[in-house]
Design a protein around this ligand. Structure first.
Ligand SMILES: Cc1cc2nc3c(=O)[nH]c(=O)nc-3n(C[C@H](O)[C@H](O)[C@H](O)COP(=O)(O)O)c2cc1C
Length: 350
């Protein structure tokens, strides 16, 4: 029973935000927005059903059309999208929940079909090794991206700030910067994808600059306590490992202590230990970062509570089990069996 006591405690997060428990719904892309990338009524119902989580983090949400890499992923850059999200956040709040928007640019994990035939942007013109198949297309593979210019960097950073402001207008309790899983921000943080020789590459300080400037721009428009950040120092999805990558995060994570962020969130599919990190990715983040830490990657309520009890994390994010079980929190509370997740469940919002 003790693990339930650990999870079902309220916790203060950032500015004026109290979560009713320590279970977070992880960001989960569902590709169910309409063709204008506006959140639908079905999405409001889907998130509303999960409002008993301490915090919901929305599926990755685009800061601009330039950032799109998957079909029907929602945006936060048009008034219709903001209004669509208002319906979602109202539903979650009516049901007693809290929700952050995860804001996102896919970088090179995109295709010219989303950009009127123009190549997607990335720190360097380096293709995904083996290219890989673009989701929901017939025989389309990822291309070699074009290099984002410094002017475009400034524009994208500004779009992150505008999207954050739009998220607050849409009723979100805060935002999570998607700095994980080999999308644009993460591409700046890894040597495989960042081969620049200007002020955004070549040294750890330069590689961290793109993200740090985004945080600075966002905190100029919304309170720092409403800004979360997801990082994946070790998630090599669509990305090749380089031994120097750890140095980037050794530099970046302690710097984040200078900000009053809501939290730093591990972006992983399984939180297994790595020798060179001295433990799991969450433990590694915890070692360098003194603020609130959210663990994720293959946790159950019980193993998540153990991570919290050991002091590795403050909150536990649950992904796939939340897709399979809209009533995940209630089932955990009552120690009921969970429905097991499988990929076929992605076809429908239950
Ligand atoms: C269908 C699916 C969609 C996902 N979409 C996102 C996303 O939009 N943003 C993100 O940061 N992570 C995304 N993830 C990763 C999850 O947030 C989470 O880190 C991962 O599923 C591991 O947690 P779990 O073992 O509890 O599922 C996704 C995972 C799945 C399975």
């Amino acid at each position: 029973m003790s693990y339930l006591n650990t999870l079902f405690h309220s916790v203060d997060l950032g500015a004026n935000l109290t979560l009713k428990n320590r279970i977070v719904m992880a960001p989960l892309t569902r590709s169910m927005a309409d063709d204008d990338l506006v959140p639908t009524e079905a999405m409001a119902a889907y998130y509303g059903r999960r409002a008993d989580a301490g915090l919901i983090i929305s599926e990755a949400t685009l800061i601009s059309q330039d950032g799109q890499g998957y079909p029907n992923t929602p945006g936060l850059y048009t008034q219709a999208q903001i209004d669509g999200w208002k319906n979602v956040t109202q539903r979650v709040h009516q049901n007693g929940g809290k929700i952050f928007a995860q804001i996102w640019h896919t970088g090179r994990v995109s295709h010219s079909i989303y950009h009127n035939g123009e190549l997607p942007m990335a720190p360097s013109a380096v293709p995904i090794v083996g290219h890989g198949h673009v989701p929901r297309t017939e025989n389309l593979e990822y291309e070699t991206p074009r290099v984002i210019t410094v002017d475009e960097i400034k524009r994208v950073q500004n779009q992150f700030a505008i999207a954050a402001k739009n998220a607050i207008e849409a009723g979100f309790d805060g935002i999570e910067i998607h700095g994980a899983n080999s999308y644009l921000i993460d591409e700046f943080l890894h040597w495989d994808t960042n081969r620049r020789e200007d002020e955004y590459g070549g040294t750890v300080e330069n590689m961290a600059r793109f993200l740090l400037e985004i945080i600075d721009q966002i905190k100029a428009v919304i309170p720092e306590g409403k800004i979360g950040l997801r990082l994946s120092p070790q998630a090599y999805i669509n990305l090749e490992h380089d031994e120097r990558d750890k140095e980037v995060f050794d530099y970046l994570l302690p710097l984040l202590n200078q900000y009053g962020l809501a939290y730093v969130h591990t972006g992983m599919f399984s939180d297994t230990p790595y020798e060179h990190l001295g433990g799991t990715v969450t433990q590694y983040i915890r070692k360098h970062y003194r603020g609130t830490v959210i663990a994720s990657g293959g946790y159950s309520a019980e193993t998540g509570a153990t991570a919290i009890e050991k002091g590795d994390a403050d909150l536990i994010a649950i992904g796939r089990p939340f897709i399979a079980n809209p009533d995940y929190v209630e089932k955990v509370k009552q120690e009921k069996n969970l429905v097991e997740y499988n990929n076929e469940m992605l076809g429908e919002l239950i």
